[in-house]
Design a protein around this ligand. Sequence first.
Ligand SMILES: CC(C)(COP(=O)(O)OP(=O)(O)OC[C@H]1O[C@@H](n2cnc3c(N)ncnc32)[C@H](O)[C@@H]1OP(=O)(O)O)[C@@H](O)C(=O)NCCC(=O)NCCS
Length: 152
Amino acid sequence: MRPWRLESLGLADLDAVVTLEAESFRQPWSRALVASELRLGEAYALGAYAARDPGSPVFVAGYILLRLMVDALHVQRLAVVPAWRRQGLARQLLERALAARPPEAALATLEVRSGNLAALALYRAAGFDVAGRRPRYYPDTGEDALILSKPL
Ligand SMILES: CC(C)(COP(=O)(O)OP(=O)(O)OC[C@H]1O[C@@H](n2cnc3c(N)ncnc32)[C@H](O)[C@@H]1OP(=O)(O)O)[C@@H](O)C(=O)NCCC(=O)NCCS
């Protein structure tokens, strides 16, 4: 896979994240919501920074946003630029973000659409199990939300 490095996402990445949200999610986060998350400035907004070609400017090839809620590290967003998918980037982003977790995090949790087979395969391979289901949670498709968790 092409080289990339992991760094904290900042407000300078707002445009890149908003673009990737629109490319990746049926219900993308608004610019204001992304900005408020990035403004928190915590270590839980991480980007995979890469160059398209050697010598070209670096851009955000993927990102992961997490938030600690008491002892649960919640994966809020994880997305990879379409041209960079199926190369292991999301798996590595997830692994590295969980490895850098704060000590109080006892488990990782997230919600995923029941029809998002790519994400489900990724999370299952990373050791997440289904812990709950919210029937017909997503009004645009009527899909269930699956709640996944993984002890840390
Ligand atoms: C889901 C997503 C983040 C995966 O990113 P990625 O970098 O392509 O994933 P990886 O290459 O690290 O894949 C790791 C494993 O996940 C599974 N996987 C990923 N994409 C898959 C796909 N399209 N179909 C089936 N399995 C897939 C595979 O098991 C894969 O391992 P393998 O390539 O060795 O078979 C990416 O498709 C994406 O951004 N989707 C839109 C946003 C989204 O749905 N985010 C998750 C919301 S909960």
